[in-house]
Write a protein that binds this ligand. Structure first.
Ligand SMILES: O=c1ccn([C@@H]2O[C@H](COP(=O)(O)O)[C@@H](O)[C@H]2O)c(=O)[nH]1
Length: 258
């Protein structure tokens, strides 16, 4: 579990050189934009010491690997959030491409199973500087009724825990989960197993399509290591002020723990 700023910077000693080495925040800003130009214009207003960036399916499909290089050239550590879910051979080779692109973190779907996750981990093990590899457990947009419709009749928390154990057994670095499961997962899986939590919402922000949500400080208190935040920052009237306010709240919380 994170207890100081130094913890975030020591979390991936394998990251590519040249990137910001002293990021002072656990916030990963989700760059959910439709074009490279829009994403780069937004990123140019951000400081790579104040946040990391997440590139997901919309932006990567529009802009491709070149955008990863452009963001990294500006000093940002990049989480490539493509949630690979395919046969083991395909996912292993996709993870290698992510490593070649120099990203800081990449992910797969834990529901792809043990053989798929192990193949992904083994594919990255050959790199002296490799991305962190994490697995999505249950999407933060899903609640119990959504799971029931796809034949999963246990509560989200139980399914998250099952998939997190499988992820750890398969040799990955951590999971994507909601902050609502963070406390349980830290207790069950240990402090070094990374918890990346989307579904972060400010007290006064709309939940949008998210279902399992928590505020930034509550998420950290529960044990989240990284906070994925998109619309509450990117759609804010003043995105920079929104990010700054979140970071101030986080620093205040950490100061109480010091
Ligand atoms: O379970 C998951 C996995 C990934 N995401 C991604 O995080 C961001 C959240 O954006 P918001 O605007 O803050 O809702 C988005 O890019 C998702 O693809 C997730 O939300 N939940």
């Amino acid at each position: 579990m994170i207890s100081s700023i130094e913890d975030w910077n020591n979390m991936n000693p394998l990251m590519a050189p040249g990137l910001a080495a002293n990021v002072t925040s656990p916030v990963l800003v989700a760059l959910d934009f439709a074009t490279a130009d829009a994403a780069l214009a937004f990123a140019s207003r951000l400081d790579p010491l104040q946040c990391r960036l997440k590139v997901g399916k919309e932006l990567f499909t529009a802009a491709g690997p070149q955008l990863l290089q452009q963001l990294q050239a500006r000093g940002f550590q990049v989480f490539l959030d493509l949630k690979f879910h395919d046969i083991p051979n395909t996912v292993a080779h996709a993870c290698k491409m992510a490593a070649e692109a120099g990203v800081w973190m990449v992910n797969v779907h834990a529901s792809g199973g043990r053989r798929m996750m192990t193949a992904a981990a083994e594919a990255l093990a050959q790199y002296s500087q490799r991305p962190l590899l994490i697995a999505v457990t249950v999407l933060t947009s899903m609640e119990a009724s959504d799971l029931a419709e796809i034949g999963i009749t246990v509560p989200p928390q139980e399914q998250v825990l099952r998939l997190a154990h499988l992820t750890k057994d398969s040799g990955l670095d951590g999971v994507v989960c909601s902050a609502q499961e963070a406390s349980l997962l830290k207790t069950e899986l240990g402090r070094d197993f990374k918890l990346v939590t989307p579904g972060i919402r400010l007290a006064d922000s709309a939940a949008d399509d998210q279902r399992r949500v928590m505020t930034p400080v509550a998420a950290l208190q529960a044990g989240a290591d990284y906070l994925v935040i998109g619309r509450p920052i990117t759609q804010a009237a003043d995105p920079l002020a929104a990010l700054a306010a979140i970071n101030v709240d986080i620093q205040s919380y950490l100061a109480t723990k010091a």
